[in-house]
Design a binder for this molecule. Structure first.
Ligand SMILES: Cc1ncc(COP(=O)(O)O)c(C=O)c1O
Length: 439
């Protein structure tokens, strides 16, 4: 830790971190390559979290690095308000081909939170443009995570992310979450029970009337709350109800897009096409902050045709379509395609699930859920100290050379897509050893 002795750790107020605890005993990552970080003491750490669910193509990818450095020589920054630069258009066209159905217009942001708030705002503006201005309600879901903007925490359903921040957006309601351990635990892939939970939307329609509801937003696979996989038929049913009642369906695919499920998106995997799709993270492999909201043709057409001002949408960010981010995104998608990373992820799904589910009999384990290259390992909480065991396990894994995420007492695994069986075996062995150690 010598290099930090004169470097006050206090000055950086760290996000979503137990600051005091971290600063007593920092976990400092100083470089990365492929599947591994290197930490300040020189140890190699297997990245079982793809950074923060974003480094899907692995660290230090030469193509992405080159694209960014080359771009720096061309154009460092250009505004996309009333001016443009070619790469943003090129990327939008690439994404149009990349995603399924007619999700063919891209609105660029700088993060997942911005993508979510952008999608919510587009939904409201669209309903108004259509002459449905009474549709102002937004429906989220319990246990949903949609980033940290006021829109995102309002539709989100994680209590600690909401309770400290006042009354949030008005006119928001929530569907029930989809976790039903009473119908089965240790399920690989989508649970067969629970499609009818989508009918909870009918309850909210009965309560508020569809004419007041603009949009429903869900993560197809709820990641940050601890990996909740959608029951078979659930998203299909949600799509159906939204269609019947003129409600827009927004998928928050900030985690699930860009190969995490072995496909471009959950929408592609399930062939359920939302009206708006929020993405970020894997879009640029996490290398440059960027998000993209994909909108279907009818959304874009309505906004263009019904606009009451030359500027059709009063929304945007200084960094929407930043040239370096566009260069990174184009190179990232090229890497995904050329190296067939999604196919690899799809092939590894069974191998990954088999090894991770091998932890069923490990100490403290209450449930394991997996889909694509994502898994949640839910631990029995310590009595009177919810979350303490999850944090202790994260620390133990790190001490043994594996970086995992935790949310309360649930460990989330989401390694870079090119992970091989050997690394999966070593990751699982480290988790088992760590489970044996922690109280
Ligand atoms: C589903 C989902 N939406 C939104 C976000 C927010 O993204 P960001 O942290 O880039 O704002 C996240 C981040 O984990 C996420 O998982």
């Amino acid at each position: 830790m010598d290099q930090f002795q004169n470097n006050d750790l206090d000055a950086f107020w760290m996000p979503f971190t137990a600051n005091r605890d971290f600063k007593e005993n920092p976990r400092m990552l100083v470089s990365a390559d492929g599947l591994y970080y290197r930490e300040s003491e020189g140890r190699r750490i297997l990245d079982a979290a793809a950074g923060l669910w974003c480094v899907n193509a692995g660290h230090n990818h030469p193509k992405i690095k080159k694209a960014i450095t080359d771009q720096l020589d061309e154009l460092d920054y250009a505004p996309n308000f009333q001016f443009g630069h070619p790469l943003a258009f090129k990327l939008a066209n690439k994404l149009k081909q990349f995603f399924p159905g007619d999700l063919n217009h891209a609105f660029f942001t700088s993060s997942g939170s911005e993508s979510v708030d952008t999608a919510l705002k587009i939904a409201l503006a669209y309903q108004r443009a259509k002459g449905q201005g009474s549709r102002t309600r937004l429906i989220g879901r319990e246990r949903g995570y949609h980033g940290t903007g006021f829109g995102g925490i309002s539709v989100g359903g994680i209590v600690k992310n909401r309770m400290y921040f006042g009354s949030l957006l008005a006119g928001v309601d929530h569907l029930r979450h989809t976790y039903q351990p009473e119908h089965g635990r240790f399920i690989k892939g989508q649970p067969s029970h629970g499609a009818e939970l989508a009918d909870d939307l009918l309850r909210l329609i009965a309560l508020h009337d569809a004419s007041t509801i603009a949009a429903v937003i869900v993560e197809p696979m709820a990641g940050s709350t601890g990996v909740l996989i959608p029951p078979l038929g659930y998203l299909e049913r949600l799509r159906e109800i939204c269609d019947q009642h003129g409600i827009l369906l927004i998928f928050d695919e900030v985690i699930s897009a860009y190969g995490r499920l072995g496909y471009t998106s959950a929408a592609e995997r399930l062939n359920v096409i939302p009206d708006l799709m929020a993405t970020a993270k894997g879009l640029t492999n996490g290398v440059v902050p960027m998000g993209a909201v994909m909108a279907r043709q009818h959304i874009y057409d309505t906004m263009m045709e019904q606009a009451d001002a030359p500027i059709e949408l009063f929304h945007g960010y200084t960094y929407s379509g930043h040239p370096l981010a566009c260069a990174a995104a184009l190179a990232t998608i090229a890497a995904y395609e050329e190296e067939k990373m999604f196919d690899h992820a799809a092939r590894q799904e069974e191998v990954f699930a088999r090894h991770v589910h091998g932890l069923q009999d490990a100490r403290h384990v209450a449930d394991i859920r997996s889909w694509g290259l994502v898994a949640g390992i839910e631990l029995h909480p310590r009595e009177g100290a919810v979350g303490a065991r999850g944090m202790a396990l994260m620390k133990a894994c790190y001490a043994h050379g594996v970086m995992v995420r935790f949310s309360g007492d649930i460990i989330a695994l989401s390694p870079p897509l090119m992970i091989g069986e050997e690394e999966i075996i070593s990751m699982v062995a480290t988790i088992r050893k760590s489970l044996d150690e922690v109280e």
